[in-house]
Structure formats: structure tokens, C-alpha cells
Write a protein that binds this ligand. Sequence first.
Ligand SMILES: [Zn+2]
Length: 317
Amino acid sequence: MPGFVDNHVHVNEPGRTEWEGFATATRAAALGGVTTILDMPLNSIPPTVDVDALRAKQEAAQGQCFVDIGFWGGAVPGHVGDLAGLHEAGVFGFTCFLIDSGVTEFPPLEPEEFAEQLAEVARLGALMIVHAEDPGDIAAAPDCHGGRYADFLASRPRHSEERAIGQLLDGVRVTGARAHLLHLADGDAVPALQEARAEGLPLTVETCPHYLTFTAEQIADGHTEFRCCPPIREADSRDALWAALADGTIDIVASDHSPSEPSLKQLETGDFGTAWGEISGLQVAVPAVWTGAAGEEDAAVATRQGEVLHPLVMQRH
Ligand SMILES: [Zn+2]
């Protein structure tokens, strides 16, 4: 069968190769049926925010890769002038965060700078890909300490995704930039995205295997291996994501594979407040989504199975 393209993979080499390097990431991809990955511009050091950093990435990847690789650039504060060079050098587009990324060397864009960089992306005819959670909404939510998953979930509420998506859609309307929404976890955001699609905005939407597979209700306290941002939400949200995938509101399923060293996941203390925020899923992404799509227990999927399987996961290679 054809190989898949996973457009959202964090290979952390150079700089944090012990988290994930090109040799291990691309073997995981091949094992999971993925024949092309697009590498995110963070958590490697340096982050891919200028052409020199892109060259460092490409050199690090040299001779180590078991599958094809492409690269995203990063849109971070103070680097709007680097976007054209990176675009010219062949990155697939630019990643930005509207909220703390989890690593200090890849800061988020404040609203004004987001608008400015989105305008530059539009001028270049490039693509902006966006981590959409609103920092104000999350600052106003209760802090998360300790091992209760419900506390972690409450610390990153659904409306923080909806507010950030609203900011993204407004920016796209103003600038005409092509944009891609990363890792949608909030099923309540689907109607706004449907409207945006109906409006003809140049927007694509992604979700991840973990949001389609797990639910908050199933995650036991202390199991920080499930900690990711935005968080895995309740079953109604998962069902809404499947329906949105079936009706074409969601275009792509990508892994958001972002491992760390096991110790950083705080598996011993089970503390959601301090555990590394992302998860590892590259080699199981295709089978997990395939199994979910073929499953009988999910009515939304079972009734539309033929339609689900066709647009599924990452474009065919
Ligand atoms: Zn990511």
C-alpha cells in the first residue's frame, strides 16, 4: 500500500538528540508506514528560525534518514526578516505559537507581531501553521499541580482553543494568508471552522491520533504519558472530531510526535504540572487512526465509514 506523509513531527536534532534524532524518528516513521515526515522548527537547538539553522538541521539529517524529510521554518518574535530567506531555501511554511511553546528559545507571537508575520507570509505566498491556544484564557484558568488529570484539563480549557482560533481566522481574513490549524483537540471549535470553510478562507485543519483515540474520562490520575497541549478532552469532543474528519472540516491527521527523555515525563511523580508537555506517537499513528476509523463502536464513523477512510490521515504519497 502507499506510504503516508506525516506533516507534524518534532525531530530534536541537533541540540536535543537524546529526546529524538533523525535516525530514530525516521525509523519510527518507516515502521509505522510513513514515508515522508515534515520536521517542526522547535525543540532542536538552534530552532529553525533562519537559514543558518535550517542548514544545521539539514547537515544533522545527512546520512541518517530512513524516509524522506521536509522542513518547517519558525515564525518567532524579531525574525520576520528571516521568513523570505527560509521560504526561498525551501521550507514548507512557518510554525508559530500564540502561547508559550514549552521551550524558551521558541517564544510565542504577541497579537501585533502575529498579524505582522501573517502579512509577510501572505506576501510570500507561503503557509503559516499555528498552535492555537489563548494565553490569556489559560492564565485565567486554575493552575495545575499534582496528579489529577481533571486539574490538568481545567488548566487548559476548551475556550482557549476557540479564542485563539478566532484570532487566527481574523488574521486570515485581513491578510489573505494561507493558514493551517495544528492539532485541533476541541470539538466545540468545529462549527466556527465549518463557517470559515464555507466562507472560503484559505485554511486547513489538522487533528492528531491521540485526540481521536483517547478520552479524558479514560485517563487515570498520575498518567503523565497522556499529557499534551492542547489536552486530550472528553468523549463528546472526540466524537465531534471524528464527525469533522468525516465531513471534511478536518483535512489531515498528523502525529505531533514530540518525545522527550522518559524522566521529563515525570512518570514517577505523576505530576501533570511539571511533566513534559508532548507525546510520542509516530510509529503507531497510522494503525491507531485506521483502527479507530474501522471501529464499529463509534456510530459517527461506522455510518460513514467509506467516506472516513478515503480522506484519512496525511495525503497519500
Ligand atoms: Zn507539535
